[in-house]
Write a protein that binds this ligand. Sequence first.
Ligand SMILES: [Zn+2]
Length: 269
Amino acid sequence: MLGALAFLLGVSVGSFVNVVADRLPGGRSLVRPRSFCESCNRTLTSLDLVPIVSYLWLRGRCRHCGARIPLRSPLVELFTGALFTLTYLRFGYSAETVVVCAALSVLLIVTLIDLEHGLILNVIVFPTMAALVVVAPFWSELGFARPLLGSLGMPASLFNSLIAGAGAFAIFLAIALISPEGMGAGDVKFAGVLGLMLGFPGVLFALWLAVVTGGLVAVVFLLLRKRGRKDAIPFGPFLALGAAVVLLVGADLSTGYQEFAARLPGFWA
Ligand SMILES: [Zn+2]
């Protein structure tokens, strides 16, 4: 029952994710004007805006002019619904569920805008950093277990987040300085966001996963000759994927790794 509620909530948030991904890159307001058809400019009514249902009912076309509604809209709604359901199944009726759902929504927005515009916007990155610093002190049980680092009088999980954020930022800054064509300033700041979000050592796994999946996709594209070597594939979506995996299954990976390491001889563990 609550799982169905999580799905419906996710579908509605997905609808908002679409609006943010459409409007933020052009610097447009998120609340005004009301949603309108990009083709005929007519304002859409609530009947046109029921997530997923309206798309199916209208068979993917504008009621007035018949222009195609991008398939991305219902897909993002469905996907967000699935993410929220997974999060609820993982963390139950809890504050973690709320925080993880919010984090996943931000990751999805970054992914869409980076795929469509090749940008990771400051207007998303900086408020997200601020929000993560606020929740970090309460966020010790999430994802990878966070070892207690000496905490300078701060809550340990906040200190861990700050160290992880600064570390991830520094690593990516170094990579960007060495090979400026591969990595943009947006990726560097976004790596910092991941550090704050996941803490240490979770962020290392997320970055590793991003590099591996991003590298694999780049190789496949090269083999298919879809893009030239110069034509950079956006890296933000892979960072977001790595972070999402750590958010949802990080604790299991962490336990699994410890059990695995315990069986290995000496220096591996
Ligand atoms: Zn229209």
